[in-house]
Every structure is written in C-alpha cells, then in structure tokens.
Design a protein around this ligand. Structure first.
Ligand code: GDP
Ligand code: K
Ligand code: MG
Length: 265
C-alpha cells in the first residue's frame, strides 16, 4: 500500500482531483492538535491511500495550514506526491513546487486550469516543464476528470522513480547547507539537504523537529554565520536570498515553457 500526498496552492483543484482519484473518503478528521481538516481516501486502483493536504503557498509555516504540511513532511512516512499546479498562476504555484522537489520524493505534477490559462492567452508546454524539473507533468482537468486516468496509471511507477532536482543557491548558502548537513544525524528520517535549506529559511516546524531530538547549538551557530555573511555581502537574509534564487529558476522555466499571446491593442 502506497501513501500519496496531494499538495498544492489553495483553489488549484486539489479536492476535485482527490474526488476523481478516490472513491468515498476512507477517513475524515482533523490533523493532530489543530482544527484543519484531514482527508484520506483509497485510490481507485487500490494502489494505496491519497492524503489531501491543506492548500499552501510555501512550506515555511506562517499559517496553521502551512504548519500542518511541514509537520506532515517531517513526521509521517509517505511514498510520493502529486503536486497540483494552476497553469494560469504558474509563477506563484511553482514556488511551492521547488520546495517539494527538494524533498527528493517521487512526484507527479498535475497541470490544472489549462482552460483558464488558454482563455487568458497563456499556453503552457508540459513536456518542457517536465524536462526542466525532471518529473512527469500531466495536463489535467480536475473538474471533468480529464487526464486523471493518466495520473492514476503513473502512480504505479512511484516506487521506482526518484527525484534528483537540485538548485544551486550560491557560495554562502551552499556553504551553510553543507555545514548544517554535516551536523545532522546520519539516522535522520528526512532528506538532509531539504532539512538544511528549510532550517536556513527559518521553517519553525523543521527546526523544532530537529531541536527536540538533537543538539541544535552548533546548527544555530551555522545559521548565525550564514546570516552575517550574507547580510554583509548581499544585504539580505538567507530566506530572502533563497526566495530570490527560486524566483530566478521559475522565471527561466517560464521563459522556456510558456507562451503568451500579446493582446491586440
Ligand atoms: P482546492 O481548493 O485546491 O481543493 O480546489 P477545488 O477542487 O475546490 O477547486 C476550486 C475551484 O476550481 C472549484 O470551483 C472547481 O470546480 C474549479 N476547478 C477545478 N479544476 C478546474 C479546471 O481544470 N478548470 C476550471 N476552469 N476550474 C476548475
Ligand atoms: K477551495
Ligand atoms: Mg480543497
């Protein structure tokens, strides 16, 4: 039995896709400790469970929905993800996608709202995005269910596929990542690079997860050194810097994968 997490920004069609891929809900309740709805369903081909996570824009917990997703990443075991992406709001949606890819779990991107994008004169090339991000990108219509069979079939390949996507954050951040990684325990259940990046971004759920079981003082020292260095050389915080590098990756991707009809004047 596989456990597949369904993740995306708010209002991107997650619930519609969830209903298409599953039968009736197997379980509906709240995430532990918070009044955020938790939905788990059985995938129609009986491959496993689909977990509908709250809609979020980033993994860094500012809201309780984001905290739920980060908590899920560090505490629960799962086999892969479906990331639903709004084709009409690619720039914003991909910010989360990059953070998910860094977790190095197998992932399928469901490109939704293609009809909305088309109406706005935006045409998105799924194979180009797939080539850049190195994961399958399937155009879907979550409302009508178009494309969802393909997603369902691809889920069977989840145990065999690995994600190797990595962003180069530049000398100072990369040094910080490397130093944090060497301080993380070898028995850590989550990917070290993802953990180090999230720590540098100030993800409270991830920091709490590490600090509650391991000595955090040396990691704290690396964070301070990285902050000081980045501030004196670039005048920004690690989280701002990481955000701007991701923005650049996204704008390159959009430049290569999206065509916009110019409006007639
Ligand atoms: P969630 O908030 O991510 O769970 O998104 P929902 O599944 O609730 O969908 C949000 C809204 O978008 C609903 O009104 C859906 O009917 C609509 N929707 C979902 N998929 C599509 C799509 O591919 N095209 C269009 N035009 N609307 C969609
Ligand atoms: K909604
Ligand atoms: Mg929903």
């Amino acid at each position: 039995m596989l456990n597949i997490a369904l993740i995306g920004n708010p209002n991107t069609g997650k619930t519609s896709l969830f209903n298409n891929l599953t039968g009736t809900y197997q379980y509906v309740g709240n995430w532990s400790g918070v009044t955020v709805e938790k939905k788990v369903g059985t995938i129609k081909n009986k491959l496993g469970n689909l977990i509908d996570l709250p809609g979020i824009y980033s993994l860094s917990p500012l809201s309780k929905d984001e905290a739920v997703v980060s908590h899920f990443f560090v505490n629960e075991t799962f086999d892969g993800m479906i990331n639903i992406v709004d084709a009409a709001q690619l720039e914003r949606n991909l910010m989360l996608t990059l953070q998910l890819l860094e977790f190095n779990k197998s992932m399928i991107i469901g490109l939704n709202m293609v009809d909305v994008a088309k109406r706005r004169g935006i045409s998105v090339d799924p194979s180009s995005i797939s080539k850049i991000l190195q994961v399958p990108v399937i155009p879907i219509d979550a409302r009508s269910g178009k494309g969802t069979n393909e997603v369902n079939e691809l889920l069977e390949t989840i145990p065999q596929s690995e994600v190797e996507f990595e962003i180069d954050y530049g000398l100072i951040i990369e040094e910080g990542i490397k130093n944090i990684m060497t301080l993380l325990p070898s028995t850590l259940s989550i990917p070290k690079r993802w953990t180090a990046i999230q720590i540098l971004e100030g993800n409270k759920e991830v920091i709490e997860f590490i600090a509650s079981s391991y000595d955090f003082s040396k990691i704290d020292q690396v964070i301070k050194t990285t902050e000081e260095q980045l501030n004196s050389e670039q005048g920004v915080s690690p989280s701002k810097w990481i955000y701007s590098v991701r923005k650049e990756v996204i704008s390159n991707l959009i430049g290569r994968s999206v065509e916009k009809e110019s409006n007639e004047a």
